[in-house]
Design a protein around this ligand. Structure first.
Ligand code: NOJ
Length: 549
């Protein structure tokens, strides 16, 4: 089978701006990643996924590209990326770049030309509607801004379409020339040696023909049924795939496909038309999102149902990515664990539950040392455009109580995951000798890499062990997953492959749980010492291996 290496892989996601600053300008850079490759190698990861590092005005953390052939000068130059790829490959680490191809920045040369004149050769690279005098060309609303997906341009008396902010005009995939340009970009980076791409919001690149209004009983709608998983999306991805695989048979495509169900997952990865190798779906990490992305009460039973629904479907053919954190999500220990009283225990428990599930694993940078959410007190300390929109909407438009708004922001802001990595307890957490582009989290004095390296009880060393075990146990890669029931507050499952079974039993709560673990077998890892398996302490996890006779 081709390209199957990704099944065993542990991917490590890097948000470059906050990883490590090599030149003291307060901004993480590519050379900074090179300096830390030995750290990553020591952790045991196989793949680095870089969130966008292309030239960009950074309205949306690089998800607004102004030139796909250059990297953001704050991050370095192309030869730095070439060196990163070579150095990573020397350590057997692969590199996945981001392909942001649903939209560009308004600063992209294509858009600058397109907005000026209807005659521009790039005009049709974007989606336009003439100004007909009515308010907006349709009633779709942007989930990012809560406003219409249209922005007016005076030069040509027309509107352009954008699912995200007005700085991110959507590309028109119906245009063949545009598609060819995207193939060129992919090949440019493959020629530099990258091993694959994470395709940003790839299931949204095709919009329903004619962009019709959606049910006009409500003024504006988030019209995902008209722009997610449309029939043509499969053609587009498939054709792109064919074009690339012809020349680069090992390249992998990991598609971001929010809102897909099992049938769609089959179609994207195993359908007749070859499309994606891996997909990222968010049913689990979005399950406690309430209105406007605020948090609802966490429901462990629902969490388990979602995990095991997908695990059941992975029959060895259907394959998925597994993650609990990312640059868009809160810190996993703050969100699912207890970052005050049981930070170390809950971080280890979560890592175990995650890393022993079936699927390609993704660790978000900093989770391997248990970094936590950040609680900035002023909106000026935040950078994330989603957080700022959320704040201004509720404060300026609705006059809501600021303290309450901040409570939500502390839970959900994407800056929770985007502040600098804490390398040591020196100023700025050792991230930079200059002032970081975003305020650091004060807790770097006690949460940092240096204090965890070679401390056998640290979260970092625990992650290392988990990754090592995962690699040495075929059961954890190929084994079928079965849900086990140990009662309320506990998540447990068994992996089985040939004559080996591995049980993971985890207390997801901050109180001890009485249980009766039967047929223990050999304990291969856990986050507490001790042999008492009639009780699981707060956030305790224990893993047993058994030989099936
Ligand atoms: C998904 C990315 O993960 C997110 O960070 C970004 O804002 C949107 N796509 C828009 O590109």
């Amino acid at each position: 089978m081709k390209r199957m290496w990704y099944r065993n892989a542990v991917i490590y996601e890097i948000f470059t701006r906050s990883f490590y600053d090599s030149n003291g300008d307060g901004i993480g850079d590519v050379k900074g990643i090179i300096e830390k490759l030995d750290y990553l190698d020591n952790l045991g990861i196989d793949v680095i996924w870089l969130t966008p590092i292309y030239a960009s005005p950074n309205e949306d953390a690089g998800y607004d590209v102004s030139d796909y052939y250059q990297i953001n000068e704050e991050y370095g130059v192309i030869s730095d990326v070439e060196l990163l790829i070579r150095e990573a490959h020397k350590r057997n680490i692969k590199i996945i770049m981001e392909l942001v191809a649903n939209h560009t920045s308004i600063e992209h040369m294509w858009f600058k030309s397109a907005r000026k004149s209807k005659k521009s050769i790039y005009r049709d690279f974007y989606i336009w509607r003439d100004n007909s005098g009515d308010e907006y060309p349709n009633n779709w609303m942007s989930s990012r801004t809560g406003k219409p997906v249209w922005t007016y341009v005076e030069e040509t008396d027309s509107y352009y379409f954008h699912l995200y902010t007005s700085h991110q005009p959507d590309l028109n995939w119906r245009n063949e020339e545009l598609r060819k340009e995207i193939y060129k970009i992919i090949k440019f980076w493959l020629n530099k040696g990258v091993d694959g791409f994470r395709l940003d919001v790839i299931n949204k690149i095709s919009k329903k023909e004619g962009l019709p209004d959606l049910d006009d009983s409500v003024p504006y709608h988030y019209a995902e049924m008209y722009f997610e998983n449309q029939p043509l999306v499969h053609e587009y991805i498939h054709n792109m795939r064919k074009e690339i695989l012809n020349e680069y048979p090992d390249c992998i495509f990991m598609g971001q496909t929010s809102g897909i169900d099992l049938d769609q997952a089959y179609e994207y990865t195993l359908g007749e038309k070859e499309q994606l190798d891996l997909f990222l779906q968010f049913e689990l990490t979005d399950m406690d999102k309430g209105p406007e992305g605020r948090l609802k009460q966490f429901d462990l039973e629902k969490f388990k149902d979602i995990i095991f629904k997908w695990q059941d479907a992975f029959d060895g053919k259907l394959w998925n990515t597994i993650f609990l954190g990312s640059h868009d999500l809160p810190r996993m220990v703050s969100h699912y664990g207890d970052d005050e009283n049981y930070r170390e225990k809950s971080a280890k428990m979560l890592a175990t539950v995650q890393l022993f599930l079936r699927g390609t694993q993704i660790i978000y940078m900093g989770d391997e040392i248990g970094m936590t959410n950040v609680n900035y007190k002023s909106i000026d300390d935040y950078n994330d455009n989603r957080t700022k929109n959320f704040y201004y909407k509720r404060i300026n438009e609705r006059n809501e109580n600021e303290e309450k708004v901040f409570m939500d922001i502390h839970d959900i802001s994407r800056d929770n995951a985007r502040y600098p990595i804490q390398w040591n307890d020196s100023i700025h957490g050792g991230f930079s000798s200059g002032k970081p582009w975003i305020k650091e989290n004060d807790n770097y004095e006690y949460i940092n890499v240096e204090s965890q390296l070679n401390d056998e009880n640290s979260i970092f060393e625990y992650y290392k062990k988990l990754i090592k075990i995962r690699k040495s146990e075929r059961t954890l890669i190929e084994g079928k997953t079965t849900r086990l029931n140990y009662g309320e507050g506990i998540i447990a499952y068994r992996r089985i492959y040939n004559d080996i079974s591995i049980d993971v039993i985890a207390n997801f709560t901050n109180v001890s749980k009485r249980i009766d673990i039967v047929g223990n077998g050999e304990r291969i890892i856990g986050n507490y010492d001790g042999e008492n398996y009639q009780e699981l302490k707060p956030y305790e996890v224990v893993v047993f291996k058994n030989y099936i006779c």
